[in-house]
Design a protein around this ligand. Structure first.
Ligand SMILES: CC(C)(COP(=O)(O)OP(=O)(O)OC[C@H]1O[C@@H](n2cnc3c(N)ncnc32)[C@H](O)[C@@H]1OP(=O)(O)O)[C@@H](O)C(=O)NCCC(=O)NCCS
Length: 128
């Protein structure tokens, strides 16, 4: 599974690929990971909050609802484990991801200036 994640992550984030070891470290640190043939997501639940660490869908499989379906699974898991809200950070210029999160009910609650190599991070939240 970790090698599959490495392959998918490189297809989704060619400029910043994560290794199988990076995913193993995330798992060790308490994150949850889901992966299918074309999509993956990493999230964590801490007390009454949940955070989406990353989510990606293979370029050949986009706009088919895969990311939205993964978000629904994450939201259900987080809720069941006691989370009352879920948050994430997304680069200001990542328009597909921002559109996808907005479509799924996330709202902007803040900005971290110049967070990603000079690009602002948009902080988004959804109440569960
Ligand atoms: C962002 C990403 C995960 C979306 O995955 P996806 O499976 O294509 O998303 P969905 O099919 O669930 O999209 C749901 C809705 O989001 C919006 N959306 C998704 N991609 C969009 C795009 N490229 N342009 C505009 N709106 C978009 C649309 O409203 C879409 O609904 P529609 O297809 O019925 O119009 C995918 O583009 C990706 O992997 N990008 C690279 C990695 C990345 O940036 N991850 C997020 C890091 S924070």
């Amino acid at each position: 599974m970790l090698n599959e994640l490495e392959r998918l992550h490189a297809a989704c984030f060619p400029n910043k690929p994560w290794s199988a070891n990076d995913f193993a470290d995330l798992k060790k640190s308490g994150c949850d990971i889901m992966a299918s043939q074309n999509g993956f997501a990493v999230w964590r639940v801490v007390a009454d909050e949940s955070e989406i660490i990353t989510i990606g869908v293979h370029p050949n499989a986009r706009r088919a609802g895969i990311a939205s379906a993964m978000l629904t699974l994450i939201e259900n898991d987080a809720k069941q484990r006691g989370a009352q809200k879920i948050f994430l950070e997304v680069a200001e210029n990542n328009h597909p991801a921002r559109a996808m999160y907005e479509r799924n009910g996330f709202v902007q609650i803040g900005v971290r200036p110049k967070y990603y190599d000079g690009i602002d991070a948009i902080l988004m939240e959804k109440k569960l």
